[in-house]
Design a protein around this ligand. Structure first.
Ligand code: ZN
Length: 121
């Protein structure tokens, strides 16, 4: 049985969506050809350098964009860790309550035995 049939779509969407450029088209990744930053990826207008098409001056270094995306992910992770911590505290509290109940139960059992014994005598 293929385990891949288990729904993977419910697992958080982690796909990276490129931002929109000034002419409301999704920016594309290009590679810098300048001497200062050779081969560095950046996001730019997809119409740039296309004959007959007007393009905008949208420009953003791709690593900055990815960094922001990574920051967002780590923020979410921090939030989850905080919640996990809160849940752990609640579990500890609940365990205390359960222990308390067990103690009382034991006490009741002992009391019951005592009363049964005193009646039998
Ligand atoms: Zn554009």
């Amino acid at each position: 049985m293929p385990s891949s049939s288990l729904s993977s779509s419910s697992v958080g969407k982690r796909t990276f969506a490129p931002p929109w450029c000034f002419c409301e088209v999704q920016a594309v990744v290009r590679y810098s050809t300048t001497k200062a930053n050779p081969g560095l990826p950046f996001l730019g207008c997809p119409k740039y350098n296309t004959k007959g098409l007007a393009y905008c001056k949208y420009f953003k270094w791709a690593d900055i964009e990815l960094q922001e995306y990574a920051n967002e992910l780590s923020r979410k992770e921090e939030e989850l860790e905080k919640r996990l911590f809160e849940v752990e505290i609640q579990v500890t509290e609940l365990r205390k309550i359960v222990d308390e109940f067990k103690k009382r139960e034991m006490e009741l059992v002992l009391l019951e035995r005592e009363s049964v014994l005193s009646c039998a005598m």
